[in-house]
Design a protein around this ligand. Structure first.
Ligand code: ASP
Length: 305
């Protein structure tokens, strides 16, 4: 709602998506994004985020950042202050300190309890994993129960079991498009694993001329077929929003889909058409425009439909 208010008051799409991501990142109830995100195999919270300005095609991203909150803001500063687009790990943390962010433990007791529970379910001791993390990764990195939370406003709060990523796509009064994506990644991931969210072209893409797209789900899938950029490119090549989304789903459909691992996409056109797509039936997304008091929850289109 705050992001929509900003847009109503003439604010930029870039500011709106950053604000919307920040609100979600700061929410301790949300265990898939920012503070209180579910940790990696070692119990560390590693955050990823990206932001893209559809007017200039400038973009910034951070990945595997520890001990700093609001990765979307760090990503935006990368875009604005460095001749680079992506910083990872220690370099991203160094940059966060340089721009004045205060280090802060992103773990919460609740998220760590879930991490311990996950190991207990697998009959493993998280404090005695030894050197063979790759074997453990296959045991505990089960497909996650993602709950969709895209477009314009942090929705579905107060649902502690929700896992996922936030995608925000916005158009402002000048017609500029921006997209922001933020996540703590797949729960119990191998340390250093980076998903699609900070990979511009995979999990996030915006271009004022053709539209924007962003993804949630098993990031490895979107990376392998460059989902967000592909969808926008299909629109550039003349497909409608619907056709472009279906083509992006067909790209994903050639990948082996382990049960529970799937990909969701939200997409937007420069004239404000929007649609959600998914590789599994029953997923939803949220949409809101300036004349609406509340966001509306809409069905995503699945390939079989
Ligand atoms: N796409 C994110 C990733 O792979 C995870 C998610 O959407 O839940 O890191």
């Amino acid at each position: 709602m705050a992001a929509m208010e900003l847009l109503r008051n003439g604010g930029s799409a870039l500011d709106a998506v950053e604000l919307a991501c920040r609100i979600t990142e700061d929410d301790p109830e949300d265990h898939s994004v920012g503070y209180s995100g579910l940790p990696n195999l070692l119990g560390q919270v590693e955050l990823d985020a990206s932001i893209m300005d559809g007017r200039t095609l400038r973009t910034g991203a951070v990945a595997s950042i520890h001990n700093y909150g609001n990765p979307i803001t760090i990503a935006r500063r990368v875009m604005e202050e460095l001749p680079h687009v992506l910083l990872v790990g220690a370099g991203a943390e160094r940059f966060a300190a340089e721009i004045g962010q205060q280090p802060a433990d992103q773990r919460t007791a609740e998220a760590l309890a879930k991490w311990r529970e996950r190991f207990a379910e697998s009959g493993l001791d998280p404090n005695a994993l030894g050197d063979n993390l790759r074997a453990v990764a296959h045991v505990v990195t089960r497909p996650v129960n993602l709950k969709d939370k895209p477009v314009i406003e942090p929705p579905l709060h107060g649902k502690p079991e929700t896992l996922g990523t936030v995608n925000f796509l916005a158009i402002d009064q000048r017609g500029d498009i921006a997209s922001g994506v933020s996540t703590s990644g797949i729960a119990w991931k191998y340390p250093g694993r980076v998903g699609d969210s900070p990979i511009v072209g995979a999990g996030n893409y915006s271009d004022n001329r053709y539209g924007a797209a962003a993804c949630t789900g098993m990031g490895e899938l979107a990376i392998r077929v460059s989902t967000a950029r592909s969808l926008v490119l299909y629109m550039k090549m003349g497909m409608s929003l619907h056709e472009a989304g279906m083509e992006a789903l067909r790209d994903l459909s050639v990948l082996e889909m382990v049960e529970g691992r799937y990909m969701n996409i939200v997409a937007l056109t420069p004239d404000g058409q929007h649609q959600g797509f998914t590789t599994v039936a029953g997923r939803k997304y949220l949409h809101m425009h300036a004349a609406m008091r509340e966001p509306e929850l809409l069905d995503r289109t699945c390939l079989e439909e």
